[in-house]
Design a protein around this ligand. Structure first.
Ligand code: SF4
Length: 347
């Protein structure tokens, strides 16, 4: 292991990365203040999704672990624990970078055992988070996929994807490329607190617009829909209307899920920002990580109705495949609404 300590307060490399070649850097620029990058040379890059997974894709590529977009609800927080890293603030600031991802991918795609399956990216953490501006791994990854005409999809909140527009167009000319942007809300006040490191929702919708203008269809994963915070009829309408105006090919709603790791972090945020909602969330998520089926059905129905009203078509084949919702069923709880959340400003 190589250990290179740069800057003040660089923490120890995560013990789960021992045995790999690690360089950890704390970058003292305004953009990355307080962020540590753990640069590793991965041994493999194409991940096979376990058969028991409910994910509708079989293979993924994740050049990063951790995400400076810092969404308080992020379901990937738990995976930082596998590296002995903190799943709260550590997830937002301790970023593992697989610096050899492009060359490794090119090699694995050329191996005789690789059968050309669709590869999904942005399924664990965002591959166009701010670190990508520094490490520029995605151009090499897209080039490798383009050169093998290997179908792929990208889900992102990062406007940085537009940097790679020419490459995406080249790839789309030879294979199936599905781009999906994640926009669960357009409420500026809520966005600043719940997704503090992300580009604003309007900027993300600009990405949808720009891709469409350049002949790359883009869908929107309307996720997560935050119960009691961003799910009023007026809020859903504002979000779907903005998504439609951006020219999205489809919109797929997904209610918040709270797996261990994300749950503790999100609930602490909720207790601080919206204490009146804590009890309602405890009731809604009493059955596990997923909102009950009645809630999912209600959100899906409302969003689909709005999508039809605003003329957004159904999800097309090849668009980013979003996780299927849980089939858990539970009775609708009788809890009084939090009066505070009706005051949120809609864009
Ligand atoms: S952008 Fe995606 S991966 Fe990054 S913190 Fe937000 S939800 Fe997690």
């Amino acid at each position: 292991m190589r250990w290179n300590q740069l800057g003040e307060g660089t923490p120890n490399a995560p013990s789960a990365l021992f045995g790999t070649d690690v360089v950890s850097r704390t970058i003292d620029t305004p953009e990355f203040r307080g962020v540590t990058f753990h640069e590793v040379r991965a041994r493999t890059i194409i991940n096979r999704v376990p058969g028991a997974s409910r994910m509708p894709f079989t293979h993924t590529v994740n050049p990063y672990r951790g995400c400076t977009h810092a969404c308080v609800y992020c379901f990937a927080r738990r995976t930082h624990g596998y590296l002995d890293l903190d799943t709260g603030a550590g997830f937002d600031s301790q970023i593992v970078v697989k610096v050899n991802a492009p060359e490794l991918l090119r090699r694995e795609l050329a191996a005789p055992r690789w059968n050309g399956d669709h590869i999904a990216m942005g399924t664990n953490v965002d591959c166009y988070q701010r670190a990508e501006g520094r490490y520029r791994l995605m151009p090499g990854i897209i080039e490798a996929l383009r050169d093998r005409a290997n179908p792929f999809s990208i889900l992102t909140k990062g406007t940085l994807i537009l940097r790679d527009l020419p490459l995406l167009r080249e790839a789309a000319a030879v294979t199936d490329v599905g781009i999906s942007v994640s926009v669960g809300l357009v409420d500026a006040e809520l966005w600043r607190t719940v997704e503090p490191g992300t580009p604003a929702p309007e900027r993300r919708l600009d990405v949808v617009r720009t891709l469409a203008e350049h002949g790359i269809p883009c869908s929107v994963l309307m996720a997560p829909v935050l119960p009691y915070l961003a799910d009023s009829p007026a809020q859903l309408r504002a979000t779907v209307r903005a998504i439609a105006a951006a020219g999205a090919t489809s919109v797929t709603p997904l209610a918040l899920h709270l797996r261990p790791g994300a749950r503790e972090w999100f609930m602490a945020w909720l207790a601080e920002r919206h204490p009146g909602l804590v009890r309602r969330y405890e009731v809604l998520y009493a059955g596990g990580a997923y909102a009950p089926r009645w809630y999912q059905r209600r959100i899906t129905g409302q969003v689909h109705e709005l999508a039809a009203e605003y003329g957004i078509g159904p999800a097309r084949a090849g668009a980013h495949r979003s996780p299927r919702p849980e089939r858990a069923e539970a009775p609708e709880p009788a809890v009084e609404p939090d009066p505070g959340v009706t005051q949120l400003t809609l864009l």
